[in-house]
Ligand binder design. Structure first.
Ligand SMILES: O=P(O)(O)OC[C@H]1O[C@H](O[C@H]2O[C@H](CO)[C@@H](O)[C@H](O)[C@H]2O)[C@H](O)[C@@H](O)[C@@H]1O
Length: 277
């Protein structure tokens, strides 16, 4: 694994980063939250950004056209846990793009009815299939996530509940989103790739950087590849972990987790071209 900072291993990634640096005022920098800006912890309610990340995002926001966080969390949860309201102009796209938070204002569509069905049936379902102690439901309003990180054997617990969750999601007209010791049951029709593409187009961004750590970030990596075809150079960054290796395999640049991303962010502003007087 190449973990040298700021050295993309692909030509397309190098072009993406070079273009990002040479025209920062037209660039868009997008970040996943959990596992990328915030280290993974046992209890999702106690997530917090890696030290120095928020000031680094603020410094970046002063130099680049758009800074955004695209997360599976509700947008307001990410803002609150991350202290993201300190970052000037930041756009937080929650629930894989179904919600948008900017400057304290949240816009979102109503959740589909299937979410209520899942909310009503999930606890009894987990009991009936013998989900082990430590299995936990996170109710995120417009989706629900079943976490197993706190079970004695998280992988075995996930394997046990996954097929039942897939059947329930199908019955409710929802989809399952697999992640790090979690399966989420969420509405169809949104993903981080569509969210990223829409924001790049809206801002007429001339270059894009996307950083993520989990399977839910791969549609955003696909979006970066499609944007390149459209003529928008881009670079993908993996915040690497031992839990998920597919993202590192696909990334142009691999950094060792949120600590590595913080280092990358701290160094990035100094490499950006200054505006010509
Ligand atoms: O899109 P993201 O910002 O990466 O959010 C994805 C999921 O992140 C959270 O779960 C993950 O982080 C937890 C806290 O570190 C960890 O305990 C859990 O095992 C991880 O899967 C969040 O709780 C989910 O709702 C998000 O969908």
């Amino acid at each position: 694994m190449d973990t040298r900072p700021l050295s993309p291993r692909t030509d397309a990634g190098r072009l993406g980063l070079d273009t990002f640096r040479s025209s920062p005022d037209r660039a868009l920098a997008a970040f996943d939250f959990d596992g990328t800006l915030a280290p993974i912890v046992d209890d999702p309610r106690s997530s917090a950004p890696y030290p120095g990340i928020v000031p680094a995002l603020s410094a970046l926001a002063a130099r680049v056209g758009t800074v955004t966080v695209i997360t599976g969390r509700p947008a307001e949860t990410a803002v609150q846990l991350g202290g993201l309201d300190e970052v000037p102009g930041i756009v937080v796209l929650g629930h894989y793009g179904a919600e948008r938070w900017v400057g304290g204002r949240l816009t979102a569509a109503d959740p589909p009815p299937g979410v209520d069905l899942v909310r009503g049936e999930l606890p009894a379902l987990l009991d009936s299939v013998g989900a082990p102690e430590g299995t936990w439901i996170e109710d995120k309003g417009r989706s629900l996530a079943v976490h197993t990180r706190r079970a004695a054997d998280p992988d075995a617990a996930l394997d046990l509940v996954r097929p039942h969750l897939e059947r329930l999601a199908e019955r409710a007209g929802l989809v399952t989103e697999p992640g790090r010791m979690v399966v989420e049951l969420r509405p169809q029709g949104v993903d981080k790739g569509a969210a990223l593409t829409a924001l790049v187009h809206e801002r007429a961004a001339g270059a894009v950087l996307y950083a993520g750590d989990d399977l839910g970030d791969l549609p955003a990596f696909d979006a970066v590849a499609a944007l390149r075809e459209e003529g928008v150079p881009g670079v993908t960054v993996c915040s690497a972990s031992d839990e998920v290796t597919e993202v590192a395999d696909r990334a142009d640049l691999v950094v060792p987790g949120p600590a590595g991303l913080a280092e990358l962010l701290r160094g990035l502003p100094a490499t950006l071209r200054s505006p010509t007087p």
